[in-house]
Design a binder for this molecule. Structure first.
Ligand code: ADP
Ligand code: ZN
Ligand code: MG
Length: 490
């Protein structure tokens, strides 16, 4: 049956559990480097290898980054927290337990705001946030038909962020995950690089009859490492569950995996096989107390976050929601905009350059904002060349890919290309502006296509620049200001 038809009668209910790798120098309970891409097992020690007798020590920084993240997400920091053992066997976790927070998580509550096209801003509430260590990685090697284990990642710090089942569509699930990622990157707690596994989502999904206040039986899909997969697996799963319900059947509570090639989910384990983790307090670590003063200090060190920044751009600079959204999507793009203004750039003009031309070039070239070659100075200078009449806006836009690609100052490119001609184009521009203002008759003649009018503009320009101006250049500037004249009259 069509998904749309099913959705008239069935309502999806979605909750996400997101694991975020915290950006520390060292691992969570030992001094090994927290770094991606090193040779396998080169970043290990007795603690993260789980050797008998090795004792963990809490990395203060990982704890503080967790608090920072939780505050950025409006969570209530718990002053008394602690760690528990979550017991299960897995080859990439040699201790046979994971140190996690169960009874006393770092934070409770909090929310993430999302804005889709149809609703007003909507708050997705959070249940809890807790710290835990990551496991290593199993690498399935088809050549030797064996599985290898790399423990470089074992013991690196994660923050798990668990949402309430407040999400009602795959699109909103993606918006939620995107906003969350944006906030955490602003707060500089994680790179949230999905390709490196810095940001991984598990999604829980159930379907219920519209109007019902009860939650249906859910399935859980683990380890989604792209927004496209998150959306696709939810779409598949909503249809599958809705069809079961429509035909009077029952959804089985189970853990699923998503195959991006077929676009289908399949069973990993059922509820009967669910783990019993036998949590108990980690005996090798003391409980942790964090004072309100320290929480206050960390709160005070947070930068302005994307939501408030977006609203400020709209209110203070009169930007559209769309442009403000593009500018604040990354911390670097917002910083570029703000520095351009600080250098005297006119806010709306700066916003348009960045949201259109800069963002367009970045997109075409597949660059991330922290690789942007455009400096605020270059954007301000380009706009100045247009404002003082040296070049037209159209020429400026045309030059943009070259400015972006070479990283040269716009004025150099204009000079090299001879666009500024023999005379100072800004001077010609000013002379023309004055004539346009003072001689409406001449402007009208020009617009009506009288050739003599063009000469009537060129003459005075030549006189005033003592012949330095290039007639072709004057005509081009004039066309930039008044448009091309009508054809064929004399
Ligand atoms: P567990 O203890 O099995 O991990 P939790 O209560 O911690 O379960 O919930 C895990 C995630 O599943 C949360 O994000 C929550 O919002 C979501 N969730 C719980 N029940 C449902 C449901 N019936 N439908 C959809 N999502 C759900
Ligand atoms: Zn170690
Ligand atoms: Mg859970």
């Amino acid at each position: 049956m069509e998904l749309e038809k099913l959705l008239e009668r069935c309502e999806p209910v979605i909750g996400l559990e997101i694991h975020v790798q915290l950006r520390t120098e060292t691992k969570m309970f030992c001094g090994c480097a927290n770094r991606f891409g090193a040779p396998p097992n080169s970043l290990t020690c007795p603690v993260c290898l789980g050797l008998p007798g090795a004792l963990p020590v809490i990395n203060r920084r990982s704890f503080e980054l967790g608090v920072r993240a939780a505050l950025a997400l409006h969570g209530n920091i718990q002053n008394d927290t602690g760690f528990d053992r979550k017991n299960y066997f897995y080859p990439d976790q040699p201790k046979n337990y994971q140190i996690s927070q169960y009874e006393l998580p770092l934070a409770l509550g909090g929310y993430v705001e999302i804005e889709n096209d149809s609703d007003a801003a909507k708050k997705i509430r959070l249940m809890r946030m807790h710290l835990e260590e990551d496991a290593g990685k199993n690498i399935h090697d088809p050549d030797s038909n064996s599985t290898l284990v790399d423990l470089n990642r074992a013991g690196t710090p994660l923050l798990e962020i668990v949402s309430e089942p407040d999400i009602r569509s795959p699109g909103d699930a993606v918006l939620y995950a995107r906003s969350l990622r944006e906030i955490l990157r602003y707060a500089e707690v994680s790179d949230c690089d999905m390709e490196k596994g810095n940001f991984r989502a598990d999604t829980n999904i159930s379907v219920r009859p519209r109007g019902s206040g009860e939650l249906g039986t859910r399935t859980e899909i683990k380890n989604l490492n792209s927004f496209a997969h998150l959306r696709a697996c939810l779409e598949f799963e909503i249809k599958r569950q809705a069809e079961i319900l429509e035909s009077g059947g029952q959804v089985l509570q189970e853990t699923l995996q998503f195959d991006p090639v077929t676009g289908r989910t399949s069973s990993m384990r059922s509820k009967e096989e669910a783990h019993d983790y036998r949590y108990f307090p980690e005996p090798d670590l003391l409980p942790v107390f964090i004072s309100e003063d320290r929480v206050g200090e960390i709160r005070g060190s947070l930068p302005e976050l994307p939501g408030p920044k977006r609203r400020r751009y709209v209110e203070d600079y009169g930007l559209s929601e769309y442009v403000a959204g593009v500018l604040t999507a990354d911390r670097e793009s917002a910083a570029l905009f703000e520095s351009a203004i600080a250098r005297g750039g006119e806010p709306k003009r700066m916003a348009n350059w960045i949201a259109n031309e800069v963002a367009g070039q970045m997109n075409d070239r597949g660059l991330a904002w922290d690789e942007c070659p455009m400096t605020p100075k270059m954007i301000v200078e380009l706009e100045e060349l247009i404002a003082d009449g040296t070049i037209t806006r159209k020429v400026g836009r045309g030059l943009f890919p070259e400015i972006f690609g070479t990283g040269k100052p716009p004025s150099d490119i204009v000079r090299e290309k001879g666009l500024a001609g023999g005379a100072d184009l800004s001077e010609i521009g000013r002379i023309l502006d004055r004539m346009i203002e003072e001689k409406p008759k001449l402007v009208a003649d020009y617009k009506a296509g009288r050739k003599k009018a063009v000469n009537a503009f060129i003459g005075p320009v030549m006189r005033k620049t003592r012949g330095k101006a290039d007639a072709g250049e004057v005509v081009r500037l004039l066309e930039g200001k008044l448009g091309a004249p009508d054809e064929g009259k004399s």
